[in-house]
Design a protein around this ligand. Structure first.
Ligand code: PLP
Length: 399
């Protein structure tokens, strides 16, 4: 009997999807479930996006398109970058793929040889580990515990880069913590990066338009332009524009890296689906009301969620300043019991919370930080307060 490739023994289904699936199952059984588990936006793109698609469908040629990305989409992406202070890039610096996840997979394939090292902070977005493991890379985790507000320090980075990892993968604003690095923090990390010329730097900044409190979005190339030679900026239409299913992600960086992604595209997918590219170009270049309004709404929701969490004795939640996640330290529950069930770890807490209160969260261990759990607060508005109230009750009932 032929066997699957060895790499498939390292491939795991997403832990986030497993929890979401369990929540869906309970819902199908008639339970009243509030889901804080999946990180999808709760809104649709603006009407101009749908109109652009309708207009395009009228004249669709049905032919293959560009494996780098359509010109209108690349132009719109370059304009967005210029607007956020990253100018001087051309289409040759860019590539589009089927979502940021596909960009990241392509980049890992393009930059890592077997056994090469990739370093990234913990908590991390789950797919970083999965992609590295499928490709047989060596992973160096840089633990950023709640006490340091889940942020990497320059000293940690300096130490991590001493072993010359091939890639340093950085995520700002962060999924799962929602933390955002200030300009000074980015500058301090950039000072370290310039001293380590052997490492590619991927900045997965897909939540860059979702930053609160006037902190602003900052990239290493803003403060140290010479890092452009090694920084690869990753962006996506999924979260800020309410377009996760359209599957469009983009990158900008050195020309040879963009070309490598284009080469992989031409072998994997031939071209980025044209209809999705039309929608993405319209969203990026049209009115920005949707991302702007949603950002303001999420900042308010963040306050409600974080205040509720921090009002629970023993729970601590550093205040996120971006994306739509909160990541409280819930380790105070370990060793306690709920309804006679002993809770040993984050998975026990999430399972008991789902079963007893019908609230779905993701265990922190899915992101490499087992003291936490992730709350994604994009649920329907009317569920937010009741959901937080149920969490408060759950912790109050621990004995
Ligand atoms: N990077 C981060 C940090 C994410 O949170 C996600 C999606 O959850 C992605 C990348 C992937 O985004 P896309 O939908 O564009 O593939």
């Amino acid at each position: 009997m032929p066997k699957l490739a060895q790499r498939m023994s390292r491939a795991k289904p997403s832990a986030i999807m497993l929890i979401a699936e369990k929540a869906r199952q309970l819902k199908a059984e008639g339970r009243d479930i509030i889901s804080f588990s999946i990180g999808v936006p709760n809104f649709l793109p603006g009407p101009h996006v749908y109109q652009a698609v309708r207009d395009w469908l009228d004249k669709d040629s049905g032919q293959y398109g560009s494996n780098r990305g359509s010109k209108p989409l690349l132009d719109a992406f370059l304009e967005h970058m210029k607007g956020s202070g990253m100018d001087g890039y051309t289409a040759e610096n860019c590539a589009v793929a089927v979502g940021a996840k596909h960009i990241l997979y392509n980049l890992a394939e393009a930059l890592l040889d077997d056994g090469d090292e990739i370093a990234f902070p913990t908590p991390y977005w789950t797919s970083y580990l999965d992609i590295a493991e499928i490709l047989g890379a060596k992973v160096k985790l840089l633990p950023c515990p709640p006490e340091q507000h889940y942020k990497l320090t320059p000293a940690q980075l300096d130490e991590a880069l001493a072993s010359k990892p091939k890639i340093f993968l950085f995520n700002n604003p962060s999924n799962p913590t929602g933390m955002v690095y200030t300009k000074d923090e980015i500058a301090a990390l950039a000072e370290v990066l310039v001293k380590h010329p052997d490492t590619w730097i991927i900045t997965d900044d897909i939540y860059n338009r979702m930053v609160f409190d006037g902190v602003g979005y900052h990239n290493f190339v803003h403060v140290r332009p010479e890092l452009r030679e090694r920084v690869i900026f990753v962006d996506s239409m999924s979260k800020t524009y309410g377009m996760p299913g359209w599957r469009i992600g983009m990158m900008a960086g050195p020309k040879d890296v963009a070309k490598a992604v284009v080469t992989l595209n031409s072998n994997h997918i031939t071209n980025i689906p044209e209809v999705a590219s039309v929608a993405a170009a319209a969203a990026l270049s049209g009115p920005q009301d949707v991302p702007t309004e949603k950002c303001a709404e999420f900042a308010q929701r963040r306050d409600l969620v974080v205040d509720a969490l921090n009002s629970i004795e023993g729970v601590e939640c550093p205040r996120p300043q971006g994306a739509f996640y909160a990541f409280p330290d819930i380790s105070c529950a370990f060793g306690k019991s709920h309804n006679g069930k002993r809770l040993e770890n984050d998975v026990d807490v999430c399972t008991a919370l789902l079963e007893a209160k019908g609230v779905a969260c993701v265990p922190g261990s899915a992101f490499g930080e087992p003291r936490g759990l992730r709350i994604s607060y994009t649920c329907p508005a009317e569920q937010l307060e009741p959901g937080m109230q149920r969490i408060r009750e759950f912790f109050a009932e621990l004995s």
